[in-house]
Design a protein around this ligand. Sequence first.
Ligand SMILES: NC(=O)c1ccc[n+]([C@@H]2O[C@H](COP(=O)([O-])OP(=O)(O)OC[C@H]3O[C@@H](n4cnc5c(N)ncnc54)[C@H](OP(=O)(O)O)[C@@H]3O)[C@@H](O)[C@H]2O)c1
Length: 330
Amino acid sequence: MKALQITELTGPDSALSPVDIPEPEASHMLTPGSGVVVDVVAAGVSFPEVLQTRGEYQFKPDLPFVPGAEVAGTVRSAPEGSRLAPGDRVAAMAMLGGFAEVAVAPDFLAFPLNDKLDFAQGAGLILNYHTAYFCLRLRGRLAEGETVLVHGAAGGVGTASIQVAKGLGAASVIAVVSSDEKEHVAREAGADEVVRSDGAWKDEVKAFGGADVIIDPVGGDRFTDSLRSLKEEGRLVVVGFTGGSIPEVKVNRLLLNNTEVVGAGWGAYVMAKQKVNREIGEALEPMIDSGVVKPLIGARFPLDRAAEALKLIDGRGATGKVVLDVAPQT
Ligand SMILES: NC(=O)c1ccc[n+]([C@@H]2O[C@H](COP(=O)([O-])OP(=O)(O)OC[C@H]3O[C@@H](n4cnc5c(N)ncnc54)[C@H](OP(=O)(O)O)[C@@H]3O)[C@@H](O)[C@H]2O)c1
């Protein structure tokens, strides 16, 4: 099969090489001897793949390896007892191996793909939307009628968080973005208010009444202003650090305003909890049916131009989900 391998840790420009390698067997590293084999139509591209090209991601497979955490396509084979059958449309978290014509995922991370979504949207579903649900509901304890603020709101996790917050009944979602184009994307995703990261966003958010839950995939020096933007009993959910630096908290602020900082690491949490994956997938289905959850696809590239996809994300140019078209959509 055709695939891309990371052969050296030299960054998005040069780390990937096209290869012709044997198809994988129906066995995944998380479920040895068992796995859902997928004929890949679309592969999602995300920050971890950029980091992997430099050897900077926490999970460091031996070289060479096929990157690509998530895919959508059709099931070629599924293990006994699976709710999936050959020919089913599927969205699957393979962790690795997605930049290829055939990939394998553990059964507990493979979900029937709702008819409302195409394969590109399926390739943008699990990482971002399961993370968004996990962060907002399970970690941020979002309740109906609350106000949510989302940093990096035009990005993959950001657009997903806007939509899932609306699906969970948030009264208002405020998006923080850095450009006009990203403002447009955040509004398309469903944001009620949009503020600019280079403006007086904290004061604007306070004028809106503050936030009950803040989703922060950016970190960096805006963290203290995020804490100041929380309402009493508000929760700031730490999701990532695309801004580069890892912020520090003066905990007296938490005491003075009765607020919380909550860590949210979706991958580490759900890998060992198969039931939670199923529950998150089921909770998202009605949101997909109603149309509130609808992954926004930004740039699309053929498999052999994956380096361009990685560079787009690396250069802060991505909006929504970046996707590789591996096979024609049928
Ligand atoms: N905790 C978890 O379980 C979990 C799960 C999935 C992903 N993540 C992490 O969440 C983060 C966001 O992922 P994503 O897929 O949403 O990424 P993305 O689509 O590239 O979006 C990230 C956003 O961060 C903002 N940003 C601010 N400073 C930046 C900089 N210096 N370089 C790049 N972006 C910058 C950008 O928005 P503006 O330009 O508008 O500021 C950008 O839209 C990543 O760190 C990822 O690893 C965590």
